[in-house]
Design a protein around this ligand. Structure first.
Ligand code: HEM
Length: 130
């Protein structure tokens, strides 16, 4: 199997892990919340898996870029913007700061989910922006 395909398969497998972690962690903002803080059960595991998946997605993504000699289509830039939105809104949603209200955390999660769905839509449809 060639290198490009292998890296792409790893990239997509880790994306599946990220989707699972985002869904699992979302429950901590609705079930067993403690004041403005999310449910602490399995926090360490969820944080570790989220860090691991985000890091590996970026690493395999950058590796794919190098293999492809940075020859990307225009929708790729939209994907990166949405990835940054996903990244920052997940940080907002789960930051260990008691001044962030639960409603704000849930709003952060909602934005993250919309960004993730947007990225998945982009990679499926691969729109041509002219
Ligand atoms: C949650 C975020 C992400 C998701 C859901 C995602 C998903 C995917 C999927 C499904 C593909 C395969 C598309 C196809 O060829 O049919 C893909 C390819 C690719 N991704 Fe991502 N990706 C994400 C983040 C990133 C990031 C951050 C980068 C860059 C740093 C990146 C770079 C790439 C590249 C370069 C390819 C093309 C690989 C190739 O054609 O060989 N991705 N991505």
């Amino acid at each position: 199997m060639d290198m490009q395909l292998t890296v792409k398969i790893i990239h997509m497998s880790i994306v599946t892990l990220l989707i699972g972690v985002v869904i699992a962690r979302a429950f901590t903002l609705f079930v067993g919340v403690q004041g403005n803080q999310p449910n602490p059960v399995a926090r360490k595991l969820l944080v570790a898996l989220q860090h691991l998946s985000m890091t590996l997605i970026v690493l395999t993504g950058v590796t794919s870029l190098v293999i492809k000699n940075f020859e990307v289509q225009s929708w790729f830039y939209a994907k990166i913007v949405l990835f940054l939105v996903l990244f920052s809104s997940l940080i907002k949603a789960y930051k260990k700061d008691d001044s962030i209200l639960l409603a704000q955390r849930r709003a952060g999660l909602a934005i993250a989910v919309v960004a993730l769905i947007g990225i998945i839509g982009l990679v499926i449809i691969k729109p041509n922006f002219g």
